[in-house]
Structures are given as C-alpha cells and as structure tokens.
Design a binder for this molecule. Sequence first.
Ligand code: ACM
Length: 391
Amino acid sequence: MTIAPTRRSVLPQTPRKTGAPWRVGVLFSHSGFMSVIEETQLHGTMLAIEEINASGGINGREVVPVAYDPASESAAFGHYAKRLMIEDRITTIFGCYTSSSRKAVLPVVERLNGLLWYPTLYEGFEFSPNIIYTGAAPNQNSVELCRFLIETYGSRFYFVGSDYIYPRESNRIMRELLAANGGSVVGERYLNLRARPQDFLPIIQDLRSTRPDVIFSTVVGDGTIYFYQAYTDSGLDPRTMPIASLTTTEAEIRAMGFDVGEGHITAAPYFEGVESEVSASFVARYKKRYGDDEPTNMCVEAAYFQVHMFAKALEQADSLDTDTLRTMVLGASFQAPQGQVTINSTSSHTDLWTRIGRANRRGQFDIIRQSPAAVRADPFLVGYGRATARG
Ligand code: ACM
C-alpha cells in the first residue's frame, strides 16, 4: 500500500479575523483498511475547526489544519508527526485511531514536546505528558460491559481480535474481569489487520463447536465488517450469542449492513441515540455538513469535542506552546454531546460517560444502560471501579 503524501488546508474566511493563523496538525487515515472509522474522526475534527473559524477564530485568529493521510499504516503516523513538528513547525496534533499509530507518534511528541490529542478508546496503562486522551479507558467501557454481558447472556466468552496491542491488552483485561466474576475464556484468536473475508471462516467454525455465551470482538477496521458478515451468513443468533465490542460503532454498522449489525452489543461513551439538546444539535450540524446518511459515532464525537476543548484552552493561553497550553487543558470541562466531560488533571485522560448499546434495524444503538454521570478515568485500573466524576 502506498502512503499518499496528501496535504490539505482548509481556509474558511470571516471578516473578524486578524493576525497569523493558528496552525494545527491532523492525522487520520482517509484511505486503507482503517478509513471506515478514521475518516469519520477527520470529519469530526474539521467540523469543529469550521465552527470555531465561523465564529471568528480564536482571539481573532483562524485555525488552519494541516492534514496528512497516513493511509492506515502505523509507521506513517510517526513519519507524518515528525514532518508536522519539524518541517511544518506545528506543535498540536489531532489524530490516531489505532493504539499502534499512537505508539508511533508518542516518541515524536515526547522528544519534540508536542501535544497529541487522541480521540479513541484504548487499552489503558499509558501516560504521557504529551498526550491528551479523550477516548475511553477500560474502566469506562470494559468493566460495565463485562458485568452486563455476564448478567444478560452468560459467562463463557470467546475472544476474537485484530493482531496488535489494543486487542491483546483489552483481552488481558477482559480475562481478568471475567475471572473475578467467575467467568471463563473458551477461545482466543487473532487475525492480521489486513484479514480478508475468508480468513474469518475458521473462527466461525470454532464458534459453532465451542458455543460460547458471548463473543468479545476487538477486531477493528474493515475486518469488523467481514467478521460480522461471516457471523450472519453462518446463521448464528445474536439473541443467544451476541458479538460484544468496544469499537463497533454506527460507522462500521452502516458499512456491514443494518441487518448484519442488528442485535449486537457495543460499550461506548456516546451513541447517536443519546437524547440531549447538545447531541441533537451536533448530529444535525454533522449531517448538514456530511450528508443525511452519515451517522455520527463515539469516535467522531471525541474528535469533535476535543477540538472545542483545545479552542477554549488556546483562548486562555493565547499560545500554542505545549507547556503553556497544557496548563489550561488539564482540569477543563466541556458540555459535549455525550454530556459533561472533564480532562482529569492527574492522568491527562478524560472523565467520560459509560453506555451500553444494542444495535437495531435502523443502524442505531438502543441505549440499554448508562452511568448517572461521567465516570472518572482510571487508566491503570487502580480502582477497577466505576466511580463517577461526581461521586
Ligand atoms: C485502538 O486501537 N485503540 C482501538
């Protein structure tokens, strides 16, 4: 796969702006096997930047994104992060979906003192002063998901994942949670990130013979679509053996077909079905910008709200210097579409909502459980608990 050296600038104009623009980096894949979800994060990022510029920019200066397409290649994220920081002289980067791409950018932002805003759920057990984590840590999705699945379907789980750090580490955590709740793992399989539809067939056969109560899938990108389609083609029934995931959003469901996704379970801080004025207004603006058929999802939402949180911090700091900006970011709260979120000042992770959704025939998730408030980020699972940010 070639790495397209594309570079895009968005330069909307409004009369109130003065001074040089604030230039920021954007790194999400718009091609390759991860683009099904990363392109939505690119859209969420651009929508927020356009909104900020339409209301006059930040302190009279517009935000100009410099975006590259890493084409789903982890190493390319590191390469473009370096280019953004050294050649383009940019310090703030919005980007990354896979944990392997984040791990490629981390040493770059640490060495050059940049700030990566990372809007994706991940496996936890990481801290960098140069990363702001706005997706869920395991205590904000896996803990409640495990509890719900055992109560609803049973405690014999089968793990299927893409072969990289997030699935392997998430499964390690889920195995511990299961053991603590009297459950067991009856199978564990990993596939290459570039797996083709036929690669899932042996797994379907294994599911037929082991008959777990739940399939916990950490498959990402295009593989998600092939896996759920193979499941449906084989006649397995989500009412008795659902696929449960932390990554299957409205975007993957749309790509696989609403009938294919129906009945399967996802845990996420945000679903398009969240009922609030902030969410309804966000969804309406997103659809107006990208089309009525384009659903939002948890990854778009995090990509969107983190840019608005950045804008508020930059307004106060009036500087893109990482150390100055970080002071304004840590501890900041924002009324996001999912509800109020806060960037935890000790962990640089975000207090987020926990929700469990079941996909319906319309490609949306019916929300069947949700936390009463944002759940405090506990990326090292110190408490294993669900303390809300209020509690
Ligand atoms: C992920 O790789 N953090 C989904």
